[in-house]
Design a protein around this ligand. Structure first.
Ligand code: ATP
Ligand code: MG
Length: 173
């Protein structure tokens, strides 16, 4: 039995950190409590660049957004919900994971999670963004997929993908 099912995805190309930031701002405007975003990709792929632009668009351009590489988590108060920015790259064990407050983050606000591969506690549904090198030094591709933990039918309008004409409703999985 499959435990994860992909039903929606879209593909974006950005040519600079600013373009990645612009996409993050568009997504920021659509977020609501209990949304969870997984940010995947190699070191330097652009995950924190995306997270910083998203947070600054909600909290103000001058908001400092340090990388939570060592603290593992950083919390922000946005006008409509709290937002947790996790970076699990240096996560060492499950105990640490429990102490980071995922349950509360999933319930009460929006969660942005870098290096979610290290996460065992999954939310019911989430948006996954995979960052990869694109054309030229500053090119990146961002594939955005809506995922679910169980087989429950997704509400496809809740995070309809949205931002790109290349978005697809893929029910073949
Ligand atoms: N199109 C682009 N989108 C995002 N970042 C880009 C782009 N082009 C160049 N960059 C640069 O790539 C770097 C991305 O770094 P960033 O910290 O966002 O990566 P990361 O995926 O969070 O890495 P890590 O896993 O180490 O935290 C930045 O220096 C950014 O300016
Ligand atoms: Mg990062």
């Amino acid at each position: 039995m499959k435990t994860q099912q992909e039903t929606l995805f879209s593909l974006h190309k950005t040519n600079s950190p600013e373009e990645t930031g612009a996409l993050a701002e568009q997504m920021a405007a659509l977020l609501k409590p209990q949304d969870v975003i997984f940010l995947k990709g190699d070191l330097g792929a652009g995950k924190s660049t995306f997270a910083r632009a998203l947070i600054q668009s909600l909290c103000g351009k001058s908001t400092e957004v340090p990388s939570p590489t060592f603290t593992l988590v950083q919390m922000y108060e946005t006008p409509n919900f709290p937002l947790w920015h996790f970076d699990l790259y240096r996560l060492e064990n499950e105990t640490d994971l429990c102490e980071l407050g995922f349950e509360e983050a999933y319930q009460a606000g929006v969660s942005l999670i870098e290096w979610p591969e290290r996460l065992s506690l999954l939310p019911p549904t989430w948006i996954e963004i995979v960052f990869a090198p694109g054309e030229g030094g500053e090119g990146r591709t961002l594939q955005i997929t809506k995922k679910e933990k169980n087989h429950k039918k997704l509400n496809q309008k809740s995070m309809r993908f949205f931002l790109s004409p290349e978005g697809k409703n893929d029910e073949s999985h």
